[in-house]
Design a protein around this ligand. Structure first.
Ligand SMILES: NC(=O)c1ccc[n+]([C@@H]2O[C@H](COP(=O)([O-])OP(=O)(O)OC[C@H]3O[C@@H](n4cnc5c(N)ncnc54)[C@H](OP(=O)(O)O)[C@@H]3O)[C@@H](O)[C@H]2O)c1
Length: 251
């Protein structure tokens, strides 16, 4: 699968799934624009991209900040001349419960990044994606399709369900311009997600909750993202692709 001459924007590329995705697209010949807030981690991933492909564009930015969102799109198009693929991967969790009154604080933090920023970046990217007949891949979660594993993760689950509905609606609106929109919905994946969310658990603990008795590596999710972004998926839009080792089967 070659992405030579394609311009790919990956948010949350400093870590985990986004980092693997940036490296994979670089390896396949794309010009990659990488976004994150942690400069040290982002530059480290950029070096890995450059080692296997073109030198990526590094954009230190917060996707939930409107000015940063505009800058992300402008810098990408100014540098590479166009945009073919937007991967809305940046995301986070934050514990919050209904009963102790902390749910709205978690909702505000989570929705700003997992939903609002995706809608904002997709809207800003759309004029450029129309020109290239490009596409969007949103990184959702199996969480969108089931009840929370623990009560304090409800806002995260609601955010990913909202994201899936956005994927379908955006796919319908943008279909008339020849722009596709899909999502990948992972189950547990070994990344820094739990640490970054302040959740005191380990991904290993989720292994026996999956039908296949395993947790994914981020590269497995990157492969599905690349498939959906590529020309072999020309007929796929508005779809949510579960890569969860069968965790939903066991719920
Ligand atoms: N790991 C899993 O089990 C799993 C399962 C299902 C879905 N997902 C989804 O996969 C996506 C990637 O998560 P991950 O597992 O790879 O976790 P991760 O290792 O914590 O990576 C999250 C990425 O998002 C970026 N990010 C967060 N807030 C941001 C902001 N405001 N502005 C810019 N970048 C921001 C982080 O970069 P900085 O810190 O540099 O800003 C980081 O690069 C998320 O949408 C997550 O919900 C993960």
């Amino acid at each position: 699968m070659s992405f030579a001459n394609k311009v790919v924007l990956v948010t949350g590329a400093s870590s985990g799934i986004g980092a693997s995705t940036a490296i994979l697209f670089s390896k396949e010949g794309a010009n990659v624009s990488m976004v994150g807030r942690n400069e040290t981690k982002l530059r480290n991933v950029a070096e890995q991209c450059a080692a296997v492909g073109n030198k990526p564009l590094v954009i230190i930015a917060d996707v939930s900040n409107d000015n940063d969102a505009k800058r992300i799109i402008t810098e990408t198009v100014d540098t590479f001349g166009k945009l073919d693929i937007l991967v809305n991967n940046a995301g986070l969790g934050k514990p919050g419960c209904i009963a102790d009154g902390s749910i709205v604080e978690a909702y505000d933090v989570i929705f700003k990044v997992n939903v609002r920023a995706v809608m904002q970046l997709t809207s800003l990217a759309t004029p450029h994606l129309i020109k290239t007949k490009g596409n969007v891949v949103n990184i959702s979660s199996a969480a969108a399709m089931t009840t929370p594993i623990s009560p304090d993760s409800l806002s995260y689950y609601v955010s990913k369900a909202a994201l899936d509905h956005f994927t379908r609606g955006a796919a319908l609106e943008l279909s008339s311009y020849g722009v596709r929109v899909n999502s990948v919905n992972p189950g547990p994946v070994f990344t820094d997600f739990l640490d970054n969310a302040g959740i005191n658990a380990k991904f290993e603990e989720l292994t026996n909750r999956t039908a296949l008795n395993r947790v994914s590596q981020p590269e497995e999710i990157a492969n599905m993202i690349a498939y959906l972004a590529g020309d072999n998926a020309v007929g796929i839009t508005g779809s949510t692709f579960v890569v969860d080792n069968g965790i939903l089967l066991k719920k």
